[in-house]
Write a new protein. Structure first.
Length: 253
């Protein structure tokens, strides 16, 4: 079976990140405000209707006491450290995913944190780094690039799956995602210039000058003298001069 490197873009090997030091978990342990939890219930009810209400109730609080219900407490704990913008991103992901039933609390936290499916990560790994999502770049921090590229497709799948699980674990604990690169170095082939007869003629003249550099003036004078003396052609005169044959033909150099 062929190595996975044949279907991946060329990329330099990098050290594998350590989840305990390179990607420290966030220390933000604040639960979401009551207003966020109330708005979440309203949005989920609007999106999933009876499927949400039958599972979690009409509100996160008990009508008798106003305190959080079991479901409310569970979702509050699941969303510790999640900001309002991340909650909105999670709700948008629910719409994009198009599921018929509401996600579980852990799954919704993953959606808020921008954790895509493994299938999506597998596709993005085959793209240039600048086109990968922040989470896929986070996954790649846990991959031995050399081993992955030399592995068979089956082994590469296992390596990537292990890195994905580590990335999910650290991200769910609050690890920050890598910053999106502002640019990526690329090599662009130079565009061919305009080809005209004048340009071609000048190029040929330059090549001819490189292959046939101008003859030394002193040698040219000797050529002329040999041609006048023996009535030979310039090429023959040059052979006589260059070959040191002047003495043999009775001429002093």
């Amino acid at each position: 079976m062929e190595p996975i490197a044949q279907v991946l873009p060329n990329e330099q090997q990098r050290p594998i990140a350590q989840p305990t030091s390179a990607t420290p978990p966030s220390t933000d342990s604040r639960p979401p405000p009551d207003a966020h939890l109330r708005r979440l219930w309203e949005r989920m009810t609007a999106l999933f209707g009876h499927a949400w209400v039958s599972a979690h109730g009409m509100a996160a609080t008990l009508p008798e006491t106003g305190r959080l219900s079991i479901d409310g407490e569970t979702w509050q704990r699941a969303l510790v450290g999640i900001t309002g913008a991340q909650l909105a991103a999670g709700l948008d992901a629910c719409i994009t995913e198009g599921g018929e039933f509401p996600p579980s609390a852990p799954r919704f936290r993953a959606m808020c944190l921008g954790i895509p499916s493994f299938a999506r990560v597998r596709i993005e790994v085959g793209q240039l780094e600048a086109k990968r999502s922040p989470f896929t770049r986070h996954v790649w921090q846990f991959v031995d690039g050399y081993a992955y590229r030399q592995a068979t497709i089956r082994d590469a799948e296992r390596i990537l799956r292990g890195a994905y699980d580590l990335a999910v674990e650290t991200r769910m604990q609050g690890a920050e995602l890598p910053v999106t690169p502002e640019f990526e170095l690329t090599h662009e082939k130079p565009k061919p210039g305009c080809r005209t007869p004048e340009v071609a003629k000048a190029a040929l003249a330059e090549i001819d000058q490189m292959l046939n550099p101008p003859r030394n003036p002193a040698l040219v004078a000797e050529d002329e003298r040999v041609m006048a003396e023996f009535g030979c052609s310039r090429e023959q005169a040059q052979e006589i001069v260059d070959g040191g044959e002047l003495a043999k033909v009775g001429m002093d150099p």
